[in-house]
Design a protein around this ligand. Structure first.
Ligand code: AMP
Ligand code: ZN
Length: 469
């Protein structure tokens, strides 16, 4: 299995640190809003990497954090007049719902930065002790960037170029730095902000130290894969390397994987630019399986432009795969023959080639675009070679092959059952009764159940109205 490593800029053979095991850390979202579909790209891509590794028999310890202390979270909390944990908890829950709908497996551990402050204070203390960091007058702790020999090795940047670029960017507080390149590990509290005790001042951690600490706590000092979007290469991942390697005295991650951006009109989708769709927006129009399929139709290191046309194409493509699977199931149920014929045996051997093709694509730095082409070839084969005369084991074997190939991509082959109008009316009546009985828990449960099936309820003066989202 080959992985493109940002560190070496080459595709390398994957050799795990420990046989049969993969330790993988994926930088998660900052939770101050619903996630947008750009944020969903690393989730889907690296979940697929994980699924493929599991398919190969690796035990994958997959850690992905939530950044739950951050300026943007604090800003939103101030706007709403609530504690910042109210904001972060709300959007962690919403993010988990989106992940489930995208069929992204829950991580082995989803650590929260605010639960790991002790470890951060520890690591910062170690860095100070080893002279890689220093506290300034006001209690801010900075990392002494030039003291780390390997600084720039991930982003392939040269320290002196960085120095030149940074000079014009001096902002307040910078004057207490020994060097403009130094970055913050701990910062003093401002009024109204969440803060924790530390030997330097009451305050909060910088963003980069969070991941170094959570990765160490849940995966150990050396890990196999560290991943995230390509905007994280510099400075986030570069700083993580500087922190972890200086503190632990070991290599941090063996392979660094970065997905390219999801764009709109060839510009990065981002909340700050305002050119984004949330996963929730998309779920109003499409089953999120379509979004997942769309994301995997490109290689993860290629930029991907979001468009209505491509989503429609993804919808049709997925439909073709699901229809072939449904047909196989139906034929399995009806099939009379219990034995593979000789012809079927040789056809199955032929079908194995599509699976091999699929695996070769995945082995080549997770080329899901080519892997999906192999799925389509198998679908075409199924559509032409399976009929009412086929034997049961033949239809079953092909179903199992198709299922495995789809499942590694996290694609679900079952057609969603459409909820009938009558069932909706019955549930609405039950909800009205529950409300009369003051059983609000049940009433909410019904509302949510309907929502999950894409049915929106509206309480109007003329009674409850509903529509399909
Ligand atoms: P953030 O919440 O901005 O820290 O982002 C969480 C994850 O989403 C990071 O791995 C980012 O690199 C990734 N990400 C953000 N925007 C995009 C985008 N437009 N395309 C692909 N990945 C993105
Ligand atoms: Zn991170």
């Amino acid at each position: 299995m080959k992985i493109y490593n940002t560190l070496t800029k080459t595709k390398e053979e994957f050799v795990p640190l420990e046989e049969g095991k993969v330790k993988m850390y994926v930088c998660g979202p900052t939770v101050y809003n619903l996630i947008h579909i750009g944020n969903a790209r690393p989730m889907i891509v690296f979940d697929t990497v994980r699924r493929y590794m599991e398919y190969k028999g690796y035990e994958v310890n997959y850690v992905s954090n939530f950044t739950d202390v951050d300026d943007k979270i604090i800003k939103k909390a101030v706007e709403e007049g609530v504690d910042s944990s109210v904001i972060s908890n709300r959007y962690i829950e919403e993010c988990k719902k989106d992940m489930e709908a995208l069929n992204v497996k829950p991580a082995t551990t989803h650590p929260l930065a605010t639960n790991e402050i002790e470890g951060m204070v520890d690591m910062i203390s170690t860095l100070i002790r080893k002279k890689y960091a220093y506290p300034a007058q006001d209690g801010t702790v900075y990392y002494r960037t030039r003291s780390f020999q390997g600084y720039g090795k991930l982003s392939h940047k040269n320290l002196d170029d960085l120095q030149g670029g940074n000079r014009s960017l001096l902002v307040s507080g910078e004057e207490q730095k020994e060097d403009p390149l130094d970055f913050v590990l701990w910062k003093p509290r401002k009024a109204g902000e969440p803060a924790w005790h530390s030997p330097w001042c009451d305050g909060r951690p910088g963003w980069h130290i969070e991941c170094s600490v959570m990765s160490k706590r849940y995966l150990g000092e050396e890990i196999d894969i560290h991943a995230g979007g390509e905007d994280l290469v510099f400075p986030h991942h570069e700083n993580e390397i500087a922190q972890s390697e200086a503190a632990n005295g070991k290599n941090f991650a063996k392979y660094w994987m970065h997905n390219a951006f999801l764009n709109i009109d060839n510009k990065k989708m981002s909340k700050s630019a305002g050119n984004f769709f949330t996963v929730r927006d998309i779920s109003e129009k499409y089953d999120l399986q379509v979004l997942r399929f769309f994301m995997l139709s490109a290689h993860y290191r290629s930029p991907l432009n979001f468009s209505a046309d491509l989503m429609e194409a993804a919808k049709n493509g997925l439909e073709r795969i699901v229809t072939a699977a449904e047909r196989l199931k139906e034929l399995t149920g009806k099939a009379a023959g219990e034995q593979l014929s000789d012809n079927e045996k040789s056809l199955l051997a032929e079908a194995e080639n599509y699976k091999k093709k699929y695996e070769l694509a995945m082995e080549d730095d997770f080329n899901t675009a080519d892997a999906i082409s192999a799925i389509f070839e198998l679908v075409k084969f199924i559509n032409t070679q399976v009929s009412e005369e086929s034997s049961k084991p033949f239809a079953e074997a092909l179903y199992s092959m198709l299922f495995t190939m789809a499942d590694i991509c996290g694609l679900i082959l079952e057609k969603k059952k459409e909820i009938l109008d009558e069932e909706i009316e019955n549930l609405i009546q039950e909800r009205q009764q529950a409300r009369k009985d003051k059983n609000f828990a049940r009433a909410d449960e019904i509302r949510n159940q309907l929502l999950e099936q894409g049915i929106l309820l509206e309480d109007t003066r003329e009674g409850v109205k509903w529509k399909r989202a």
